[in-house]
Design a protein around this ligand. Sequence first.
Ligand code: AR6
Length: 169
Amino acid sequence: MRTMQAVQADITTLAVDAVVNAANASLQGGGGVDGAVHRAAGPALLAACRRLDGCQVGQAKLTEGFGLPAKFVIHTVGPVWRGGSHREAELLAACYHNSLTLAGEHALSSIAFPCISTGAYGFPILAAAEVAVAEVSESLKLTRYEVDVIFCCFGAAELAIYRHLLERV
Ligand code: AR6
């Protein structure tokens, strides 16, 4: 049975198989959720990331979780919002799709996503949540991956949006 749920939490506290990190192309750390993930995981995460040779927008790469309660971190790079006509939705969907593919390939049974691209990268939260829920439902339907998905919202407003969208799936 595969489930999708939204929770309000600091993603670094979740004891899931993998937490997804909203990183940048260098994979060298940054602010927002990326900064929180690196702080909680410890310096071994940065050392592991340095061996990955960066990551392109829409792609995803996996490391161990080191000091995190999560076993693994899936690093993905969301698109910067530039008005909506620069393939932002397609690239954001690719982040969710490729992260789930990695989870499936590693036989992970639970994965938590932050609201990728909706902080420093400026993607409007409602549009981003619609992409996230649609892409994850579609990917779970099309694959045999037995993975439970958590949409980890930092704030109450994001949580309300996800709960509303998930009721309609
Ligand atoms: N747990 C869960 N969600 C969080 C946490 C947390 N601990 N901290 C922030 N958020 P952002 P982006 C939420 O800016 O827009 C970094 O510098 C936050 O409220 O972290 O993809 C990277 O290195 C927002 O809803 O990621 C990149 O350069 C969401 O996470 C750039 O920012 C995403 O906000 C990526 O920007």
